[in-house]
Write a protein that binds this ligand. Structure first.
Ligand SMILES: CC(=O)N[C@H]1[C@H]([C@H](O)[C@H](O)CO)O[C@](OP(=O)(O)OC[C@H]2O[C@@H](n3ccc(N)nc3=O)[C@H](O)[C@@H]2O)(C(=O)O)C[C@@H]1O
Ligand SMILES: CO[C@@H]1[C@H](O)[C@@H](O)[C@H](O[C@H]2[C@H](O)[C@@H](NC(C)=O)[C@H](OCc3ccccc3)O[C@@H]2CO)O[C@@H]1CO
Length: 334
C-alpha cells in the first residue's frame, strides 16, 4: 500500500516524505544512541518494575495464605457442630440429646412419668415434693444460654472466661451467699443425692422450718437465691454417668455403694448440651500423697474423701478415655 502511494506522490510530497523518513531515521538513531547510553538505567527501571510486579503478586499470595490461616484459625475456634455428639455416641450406648437438662413440672403434675430408680439416679418416691418445688423453680433454659453457641469470643475473653452459666451444687456444697460467687444470671442447679436435698430446698424457698439433721455437713439455713434461677438436674445424667462412664451395674447399685463426683456428672451434662467440652482443674493427687490439698481454696487432702463413695481411679480412667478420644479437652494438667 505504501509503495503504491509513493508512486503517485508529487515531487514536494516526495521531498517531505524523504525529509520525514530522514527525521524518523534520526529519531530512531537518537533513540538507539540513548538506549545504548542509558542501557543500564533502562535495565534498572525494568528490574525495579519486575521486582514491583513480583512483590505485588507475592503480597497477594501472602494475603491469601494469611486469609487461609485465619479461616483455619476460625475453624479451630468455632464449634465443630455434631462432633461431640458423634464421639459421645461411640462411648455412650444409645446416646441421645432428647432428655431435658432439668426436671419439669409437667412430668410430675400432668403426666406422671414413673422413674425406675431412687435418688440420685431417679426420682422414685420423691414425686410429691417435686411438684411443690417445680412449681416455684424454673425448668427451662434461658434464651441467652440457648444462644450460647453463636456468642462471639474474640474481644470478649474477659467476659467469657469469667462467666458462670450453671453452678451444680448439693445442699452441703451450697454457697452460703450465692450472690457473691455467682452472676445474677447464673443457673443454680441442684444435684440431688438424697430426698433430704429436696427437703432442704423446700424449707429455703418456702421459708419453712429448717431441718438440721440428715446432712453430712451443715447446709445453709438462709440461702439468698432467686427461685427463678434455681433448677433441679435431671437424674438421668447421674444414671448415664454411673452406668455408661463408670460402668456401675445399675441393678447392683446398693451393693456397689458408689456414686459419681459432681465433676464427672458435669462433664456428662456438658456432653449432652455443648458443642465443645473443655475441662479444667480435674485430677486428684495420688492416694499416697498425704499433704497436697485437693482444692485451691482450702487445705483438705485426699484423706477427706475416704467416706465420699467416689472411685477416683475409675473416674480418672473415664476422663482419660474421653481425652484420648478427643471427646473432651483438658485445659490443665491431669
Ligand atoms: C471431702 C469431700 O467430700 N470432698 C468432695 C467434695 C465436697 O463434698 C464439696 O467440695 C463440698 O464441700 O465434692 C466433690 O467434688 P469437689 O468439690 O472436690 O470437686 C468438684 C469436681 O472437681 C474434680 N476435682 C476437684 C479437685 C481436684 N483436685 N481434682 C478433681 O478432679 C472432681 O471431679 C470433682 O467432682 C463432689 O461434689 O463431687 C467430691 C469430693 O470428694
Ligand atoms: C457427690 O458426692 C458428694 C461429695 O463428693 C461426697 O464427698 C459426699 O459424701 C458424703 C456422703 O454422701 C455421706 N453419706 C451419707 C449417707 O450421707 C457421708 O456421710 C458420712 C458417713 C461417714 C461414714 C460412713 C458413712 C457415711 O459423708 C460423705 C462426705 O464425707 O456426698 C456428696 C453428695 O451429698
Amino acid at each position: 500500500m505504501e509503495e503504491t502511494e509513493e508512486k503517485h506522490s508529487t515531487p514536494e510530497e516526495t521531498d517531505i516524505s524523504r525529509h520525514e523518513s530522514k527525521s524518523h531515521k534520526t529519531v530512531l538513531h537518537l533513540l538507539i544512541k540513548m538506549i545504548n547510553k542509558s542501557r543500564w538505567k533502562i535495565l534498572g527501571v525494568l528490574a525495579v518494575f519486575l521486582v514491583m510486579v513480583w512483590y505485588t503478586i507475592s503480597r497477594e499470595e501472602r494475603y491469601i495464605q494469611l486469609f487461609d490461616f485465619h479461616i483455619l484459625q476460625d475453624n479451630r475456634m468455632s464449634c465443630p457442630l455434631g462432633e461431640v455428639e458423634r464421639k459421645a455416641a461411640l462411648l455412650i450406648a444409645n446416646f441421645t440429646r432428647d432428655h431435658p437438662l432439668f426436671l419439669q413440672l409437667r412430668d410430675y403434675f400432668w403426666v406422671k412419668t414413673p422413674s425406675p430408680y431412687e435418688l440420685p439416679y431417679g426420682t422414685k418416691g420423691t414425686e410429691e415434693i417435686l411438684v411443690r418445688l417445680l412449681a416455684v423453680t424454673g425448668y427451662s433454659l434461658p434464651e441467652s444460654v440457648q444462644r450460647l453457641n453463636n456468642a462471639p469470643v474474640h474481644g470478649y475473653e474477659h467476659d467469657v472466661g469469667s462467666k458462670t452459666t450453671m453452678r451444680l451444687f448439693y445442699p452441703e456444697s451450697a454457697h452460703f451467699n450465692p450472690k457473691t460467687e455467682n452472676d445474677l444470671n447464673t443457673l443454680l442447679v441442684l444435684v440431688a443425692f438424697k430426698p433430704m436435698d429436696f427437703l432442704w430446698l423446700e424449707t429455703i424457698l418456702h421459708d419453712k422450718k429448717r431441718i438440721r439433721k440428715g446432712f453430712w455437713k451443715q447446709p445453709p439455713l438462709i440461702w439468698d437465691a432467686n427461685p427463678e434461677q434455681v433448677r433441679i438436674l435431671n437424674p438421668y445424667f447421674m444414671e448415664i454417668t454411673a452406668a455408661k462412664l463408670l460402668n456401675i451395674p445399675m441393678k447392683q447399685l446398693r451393693k456397689f455403694k458408689q456414686k459419681p463426683t459432681t465433676g464427672l456428672v458435669a462433664i456428662t451434662l456438658a456432653l449432652h448440651f455443648c458443642d465443645v467440652v473443655h475441662i479444667a482443674g480435674f485430677g486428684y493427687p495420688d492416694s499416697a500423697n498425704k499433704k497436697q490439698s485437693i482444692h485451691y481454696y482450702e487445705q483438705i487432702t485426699v484423706k477427706s474423701m475416704a467416706t465420699s463413695g467416689h472411685n477416683v481411679s475409675h473416674e480418672a480412667s473415664a476422663i482419660k478415655k474421653m481425652l484420648e478420644m478427643g471427646l473432651i479437652k483438658n485445659l490443665t494438667y491431669f
